[in-house]
Design a protein around this ligand. Structure first.
Ligand SMILES: C[S@@+](CC[C@H](N)C(=O)[O-])C[C@H]1O[C@@H](n2cnc3c(N)ncnc32)[C@H](O)[C@@H]1O
Length: 448
């Protein structure tokens, strides 16, 4: 029977899948991925996109809500695209994330393996150690906030419950400061203007806040005035940085100047200390990162004589602890700033058994023919990919710890590694409460 898809459709949501969609079936049986619907719910949706194999939809009315729904704590939830699961209770968030990973492993890796319960975050709110806020301009007013989901439109916000207090103080104060100094907001459509982003970074161990102003060009004449006003209004800020970044796709990269303070963030975990430069990657949930590092070294059962390769090492988040417990660690990372910080972090922790290689992982592995007992890898969302995974099969480490922030690329890479490796454990960590994102640590052991 012909169904007019322009009319709202009624759908029963069966499961929750990667990308934060509830999945159900349209009349006729076609699968539909629904934004805003949770398992067990009956919802009315509009179709936003229809392809041959699958359709996408958005909830317009919840006819039978799930029992685990709650009232979201944030007034911008649903408008701002930062959070996706704030309208369901925390235990259900943890379980849905576990199910997302299970589903990816079943469908893509084609393995039936236990996925452990998601390790919760100590903080369900206020946990973020970094937020990238965008500037916008509407009706003569400066906006500072996050982008709407699947859009480039900036939603101005003056508080963000997943951010620490100092970020909220800055969110409330900065638009007015920027208006006072009359700095032009960057318009990505016309490619005109100066100021693009305010990135805020926080150290939960040292209570330090870094404010990073990202401009399109080098010229930022208003910087001094902004610095003076910001320090007056938000005294919690310890460092102010100016980053010059001509890219319209990546927020935080490029040369920088320190306008105030030491210009690095200090972070201390249970056993190690880090200094993090403004543009370097660092995990965004302090307590979960600490737990993840300890989980990785525990699962690897290090005895002190292992030779370890730490790929996509960043500023040494895993490298430092691995070096404390093994014979030698080679850390591979392609960001110059992170490698410099990684070397400094090895010194700060008095470690001599670490070598940082500034290289692309794929290029490094092409010419690497040394012996390794253990490989730890923590690639970006795109995953390690086929070439890197095949090289790992040739290197034959005894154990591999794969840390991933994307269940789909993780599942794809595990499908290659499973040729010679057994999946020993799959442990999700709730790095990003209130969102559908999840961090996973998989331990693999070589067969035979
Ligand atoms: C998810 S982060 C992990 C960093 C670190 N392991 C941590 O936990 O903080 C991925 C890191 O890989 C680096 N990276 C991305 N692509 C790379 C490549 N092709 N070769 C080497 N490093 C890369 C990034 O600069 C980033 O530091």
């Amino acid at each position: 029977m012909y169904e007019d898809r322009r009319e709202p459709q009624i759908v029963f949501i069966e499961r929750f899948v990667h990308g934060g969609y509830g999945i159900g079936k349209l009349p006729g049986g076609k699968l539909v991925l629904v934004e805003g619907g949770y398992p067990s719910e009956l919802v009315k949706i509009t179709i936003t996109q229809e392809r041959n194999d699958v359709a996408f939809g958005k909830v317009v009315e919840i006819l039978e809500p799930a029992k685990f729904r709650t009232v979201p704590r944030c007034k911008y939830f649903g408008t701002c695209g930062g959070c996706h699961l704030m309208d369901i209770d925390y235990n259900t968030q943890l379980e849905l994330k576990r199910e997302i990973i299970q589903d990816q492993l079943r469908r893509i890796t084609k393995v039936e393996t236990e996925v452990k319960d998601t390790i919760p975050s100590d903080l369900e709110y206020g946990y973020r150690s970094k937020m990238e806020f965008a500037f916008g301009f509407k009706n003569g007013k400066v906006l500072l906030g996050l982008k709407r989901r699947n859009s480039n439109e900036v939603v101005g916000i003056n508080e963000c419950p997943i951010s620490p207090n100092s970020f909220n103080k800055a969110l409330a104060a900065v638009p007015e400061i920027v208006e006072t100094t009359k700095v032009k907001i960057y318009n990505p459509m016309r490619r005109t203007g100066t100021l693009k982003h305010l990135v805020l970074r926080f150290s939960h161990s040292h209570n330090q806040t870094m404010a990073i102003f990202v401009t399109k060009m080098e010229t930022f004449r208003e910087a001094r005035d902004i610095r003076t006003l910001l320090l007056r209004k938000v005294p919690q800020i310890n460092s102010i940085i100016h980053v010059m970044n001509s890219s319209d796709t990546v927020v935080l990269r490029g040369p920088y100047k320190t306008l105030y303070g030491s210009g690095v963030l200090e972070v201390e975990m249970d056993y190690e200390k880090f200094q993090i430069p403004p543009t370097a990657f660092f995990q965004i949930n302090h307590h979960i990162t600490n737990k993840m590092i300890e989980h990785v070294v525990k699962e690897l059962e290090l005895e002190g004589n292992e030779v370890v390769l730490d790929l996509y090492a960043g500023i040494g988040t895993f490298t430092i602890r691995l070096a404390m417990l093994s014979k030698f660690v080679t850390a591979v990372e392609n960001s110059h700033i992170s490698v410099k910080a990684g070397r400094a972090n090895a010194n700060i922790n008095s470690l001599r058994n670490v070598k940082f290689e500034e290289a692309d992982v794929e290029e490094f592995l092409k010419s690497f023919d040394g012996f390794v007992d253990i490989v730890v890898l923590d690639p970006p969302r795109t995953g390690a990919g086929k070439t890197v995974c095949q090289k790992l099969l040739e290197l034959k480490p005894r154990k591999i710890a794969y840390i991933s922030c994307d269940p789909a690329t993780l599942a794809r890479d595990l499908a290659i590694l499973k040729e010679h490796y057994e999946i020993e454990s799959v442990q999700p960590f709730d790095m990003f409460p209130q969102t559908y994102h999840v961090e996973t640590v998989v331990l693999l052991k070589r067969r035979g």
